[in-house]
Write a protein that binds this ligand. Sequence first.
Ligand code: RTP
Ligand code: MG
Length: 162
Amino acid sequence: MSKRTTLMARPRSVMQEYTLLLIKPNATRKHRVGAILAIIEEACFKIEEMRLLVMNDDLASRFYAVHKDKHFYNRLVKFMTSGRTIAVLLRREYAVSHLRSMVGATNPGQAAPGTIRHIYGESVTMNAVHASDSPENAIFETCLLFPHLKGKIKNPINMEEA
Ligand code: RTP
Ligand code: MG
């Protein structure tokens, strides 16, 4: 195969996605923000937006509305409103599935060695980080945390517009 044919056959770009990372209050309290972001950047995620906030009840309940009937819901909202959260909009190839695999199982005791929750999680509630579980939820969650992006982002990213 000639060099020219090889170049022409190569896809123009691999699909890129947005995903949302939250560094939760137990990790910010323990000064783990820099260490967690270092892991993320090492994995070639691009940081598109970042925000420090303390969630109020309204935001936490909208963010976790899907869990409102679960037994752990009140404990979860109480924890998520207990201190500082860092919200980070990330971008990468296959960002959603890649970040979920780096984050590990919900319960840090069951998370694989080397995952962020295995390293920095303290309990199933205080599990250090959140990662979006689907491309659609990544957009929904991002618009809650970064309202100025509402209607302006979608998954997958249209590489012609990017
Ligand atoms: P996340 O949404 O925070 O990334 O976590 P996840 O997908 O791994 O887990 P999910 O089922 O969405 O649960 C959301 C958060 O609720 C807390 N949780 N507590 N049995 C329990 O006490 C329990 N189960 C879940 C965790 O903080 C979890 O991250
Ligand atoms: Mg979840």
